[in-house]
Design a protein around this ligand. Structure first.
Ligand SMILES: Nc1ncnc2c1ncn2[C@@H]1O[C@H](COP(=O)(O)OP(=O)(O)OP(=O)(O)O)[C@@H](O)[C@H]1O
Length: 335
């Protein structure tokens, strides 16, 4: 990989709450190249959103953050609020799941896009409006010159999410973080939104970090996948490699639980992973998936497996006893 645009190194986040400490993210490292789409996947509570929010300093004051987040080499952890404010929107922009709660119901969408432009760029009123129309067209909104004067309630859910994307890319950010951007949308609308994101990457070269619990979304859009479990990265690999040869039993479990075209015959039953993601006060020196894993033994309960590179590949996994098919494939490549 060429020099990463974004490098997260050894990031840990915990929260001090009334009911005690919560360890949300534990020594997470990941990198993104220019124009790369990286998917972060895992069940609810695995630390995906907290990882994403920590990139541009969006976590609440109760968060204790250690480690490093560098954007084009500039450290953001511990950066001054004025610097982080400049970074947000202009360098790292976010889109979230529910556009209706993020959009202002009493302002037209053109006005709201205009506000983003005014914060970061000095443009005339006329130019702001023209730019808002351009951005609405860019995200595939038909009759953008008319829609620019619509209020959020006059648009469908998919259109509102497109407006959110238009606002996020208004200042041509280096990195776009999309946290469950399609979860509230039906499947065909979801496909349209994913296409918009892909087009943005292709046209503008934006790096995209997409957070989801849905491996179907990952299969559709990501170049590389980071699998998180209980605050840790348990596996990461290029998308085709991960789907063909999952090493971690958690990844394997997610794949068996997901309706993914090409992997499951229509009649095959999907298998849920038994149990729940634990909420941890402190991270144990053990595999945190051991209680739910079909292959766990005393080793897994006694020490945490390191995230190791497999052969010379771009595939890493943290598992003492990788899934058998992966083990076989791995021995093949070693031979
Ligand atoms: N502000 C907070 N205060 C206390 N604990 C928090 C806070 N935000 C997140 N957590 C906890 O951190 C852990 C990771 O949460 P996070 O939202 O990152 O998970 P996630 O994988 O993104 O799940 P989801 O898909 O449900 O958002 C969870 O146990 C969550 O309850």
């Amino acid at each position: 990989m060429t020099a990463p645009i974004l490098a997260v190194d050894d990031l840990s986040v915990s929260f001090v709450t009334e009911s005690g400490n919560v360890s949300a993210v534990d020594h997470v490292s990941l990198e993104m190249a220019a124009g790369e789409i990286v998917g972060v996947v895992g069940e609810s509570g695995c630390g995906k959103s907290v990882t994403a929010m920590s990139l541009a300093g969006l976590l609440p004051g109760s968060a204790r953050v250690t480690g490093s987040v560098r954007l084009r080499g500039t450290e953001l952890i511990g950066a001054r609020e004025t610097e982080l404010r400049r970074v947000r929107g202009k360098e790292i922009a976010y889109i979230f799941q529910e556009p209706m709660t993020s959009l202002n119901p009493v302002l037209t969408v053109g006005r709201q896009i205009g506000e983003v432009l005014e914060v970061h760029e000095r443009l005339s009123r006329k130019r702001v409006r023209e730019r808002a129309v351009e951005l609405l067209s860019l995200v595939g909104i038909p009759s953008a010159a008319k829609r620019v004067d619509n209020y959020p309630h006059q648009l469908s859910g998919g259109m509102r999410q497109r407006v959110m994307i238009a606002m996020a890319v208004a200042c041509n950010p280096t990195v776009l973080v999309a946290d469950e951007p399609t979860t509230a949308l039906d499947v065909t609308v979801q496909a349209g939104i994913l296409k918009v994101l892909r087009d943005l990457r292709d046209r503008l070269g934006t790096s995209i970090l997409i957070i989801t619990h849905d491996l179907g979304v990952i299969a559709d859009i990501a170049d590389r996948v980071v699998v998180m479990y209980a605050g840790r990265v348990v596996e990461q690999a290029p998308v085709t490699e991960l789907f063909a040869h999952p090493h971690h039993h958690y990844t394997d479990g997610l794949l068996n639980a997901s309706p993914i075209p090409g992997r499951h015959a229509g009649t095959e039953r999907l298998q849920e992973i038994p149990g729940l993601v634990p909420v941890l006060a402190t991270q144990p020196d053990a595999c945190t998936f051991a209680d739910r894993c079909p292959a766990a033994d005393d080793t897994c309960r006694a020490s945490a497996p390191p995230l190791e590179r497999l052969g010379g590949s771009d595939h890493r996994a943290a598992c003492w006893h990788p899934v058998p098919s992966a083990r076989a494939a791995r021995q093949e490549t070693i031979r």
